[in-house]
Every structure is written in C-alpha cells, then in structure tokens.
Write a protein that binds this ligand. Structure first.
Ligand SMILES: C[S@@+](CC[C@H](N)C(=O)[O-])C[C@H]1O[C@@H](n2cnc3c(N)ncnc32)[C@H](O)[C@@H]1O
Length: 270
C-alpha cells in the first residue's frame, strides 16, 4: 500500500464519519427499545399517568397509576352492563369538582372519608381511586335500581375500603356514631338529602365525627342557582353564621348551575 492509500484508511473522510455515528446511534436506539419492559398493563385509550421512566434505570419501571377517570369509566361500564342509567345529579358531571375531590383525597393524612349521598357511586369512586388506603363510610337512602349494582361494583373494586349504611342519615348517622365512638372522619362530604332539615342534620351530626387533629368539610350544591342548591346553602350558611363551621373556599362552575364549598368545623376544646 502506498503512502497516500495508508493515509486515506487511517483518516476517514467527514461524510464517512457522520454515516458511522448515525449507524451506531440507530443500532443503540433499536437495542434499548427491544429491551424495554412493556409500557403498561392497561388497554390503549385508558387514562393513565405515565411512569417517570426517564428517571429509572436498571430495568425496573413502576406500574402507572390508573387515574380517577379510569375508575369513573369502569363504574359507567359496570352500570351499563347492569342495564341501569343514573338519572340524578352527581359529581362526575363536573370535571373540576371531580379533580378537586381527587386532590383532597390524595393527601397522605387522609385515611377516613365519610359522606352522605352515595347515589350511583360517582363521588365514592373519586374518593377511593384517589387514595391508596383511605376507607370510605357512606350513608345513603337507596331509591333507585342503579343503587345495588353501583354498590356491588364499588365493593368489588375497592375491597375492604368501602362501607355503606342504608337509611335516613338523620337516623343512621347518630346511631353509627354511638356504635363507633372512636371513628373520626378526615374528610366529610355532605351530599345526601337536599332539604334544609336533612342538610343541617348531616352537618350537625358530622360535627361530632370530625377528626379533631385535622379535617376538611365539603358540601355539594352550594353557591349555585339551581333549586336543588337553595336548602343546602341555607344549612351551610346557618352553620357558618352560628360560628361552628368555618368556610374556607367556594367554587361555582362558569355556567352557575353547579357549585360546592370547603371548610372545617370550629371544634370545642374538651
Ligand atoms: C345528589 S345524590 C348524591 C350524589 C353522589 N354524592 C355523587 O356525587 O355521585 C343524593 C343522594 O342522597 C340520598 N339521600 C336523600 N335523602 C337522604 C337521607 N335522608 N339520608 C341519606 N341519604 C339520602 C339520595 O337517595 C341520593 O342517593
């Protein structure tokens, strides 16, 4: 080989260098992707929060969390399969409200959630799918054919985390408290009977069940213009005016038809 040929092999030209680098990158990309664990176990189209894969090395990738939206979809599917239709208002109809409730339930310190008004299970599913380990105690007056399949679905989906007491909450709440004096609610959601009498009784009864360390009271159908908002609002405003409930914030949907408030009880130091 003469001198000029030796130099050509020793120093590849610029286009050859670029080609070699591109080829190696292409091969590395193919290798990495063929060795990746499956992305997730959920069907395409499901709402998932993807795992932070970029920060994981060593072959382990945590399963992505099904979001509250997956849980709502699967409740809808179960009710459809059972051939029933929910015809009463529920929190799933208002995305902002579902997200607000989900953010509340996601807080680490929330372990016990109590609510009046199960209806078709939409708010129950929001609570339970937004927390790994919180337990829900629901109180409801069964009135519709979708009640039993909704209860069965929530029970099956969140085993050991869902307890429901059927009957008029003005009667069942005081009984429940008497039977479970050590049970304290971290979240209280008032969304049962919408008459003034039931709404104020629920607020009063839950007062004695609120976690003394820290709790949040939420009430649906406040600060809105529907007829269904009038009496709950009267009850909430009375509790605030009498000084045993502290209102923190209220939210009204832009069309004015839906709204809810958050606050906490002013508990007496014993
Ligand atoms: C507006 S719905 C609840 C909606 C549910 N929280 C959601 O967001 O999906 C009201 C529910 O309260 C129940 N209810 C009405 N009066 C009640 C009472 N006195 N005691 C307990 N539940 C009652 C109704 O049967 C109905 O299921």
């Amino acid at each position: 080989m003469d001198q000029s040929n030796q130099q050509r092999w020793a120093r590849p030209s610029f286009p050859v260098l670029i080609g070699a680098v591109a080829l190696s990158l292409f091969a590395a990309y193919g290798f990495i992707h063929s060795n990746r664990p499956p992305h997730h176990g959920y069907a395409p189209g499901q709402h998932v929060v993807s795992a932070p894969s970029a920060h994981y090395s060593g072959g382990f990738q945590p399963a992505p969390l099904p979001t509250v939206l997956d849980a709502q979809d699967s409740l809808t599917e179960a009710l459809k399969k059972a051939g029933v239709v929910v015809d009463e208002g529920n929190s799933m109809q208002v995305m902002e409200q579902t997200m607000y409730y989900a953010l509340v339930a996601q807080q680490e310190w929330i372990k016990t959630i109590c609510e009046t008004g199960f209806n078709g299970g939409h708010s129950s599913v929001t609570w339970l799918s937004s927390s790994w380990d919180a337990t829900l105690f629901s109180f409801d007056l069964p009135h519709a054919d979708y009640g039993p399949p909704a209860r069965a679905h929530v029970n099956r989906t969140f085993p050991g985390r869902f307890y429901i007491t059927d009957g008029d909450s003005t009667v069942t709440l005081p009984r429940f408290r008497e039977a479970n004096p050590n049970l304290h609610c971290d979240v209280i959601h008032v969304d049962g009977g919408h008459s003034y009498e039931v709404a104020i009784a629920d607020l009063r009864n839950f007062y004695h069940m609120a976690s003394p360390r820290r709790h949040i009271v939420l009430m649906d159908d406040l600060r809105c213009k529907g007829g269904y908002c009038v009496e709950p609002m009267r009850a909430w405003d009375q509790a605030v005016a009498e000084g045993w409930l502290n209102q923190r914030a209220c939210y009204t949907k832009s069309d004015g038809w839906r709204g809810w408030c958050a606050g906490e009880y002013v508990l007496k130091v014993e």
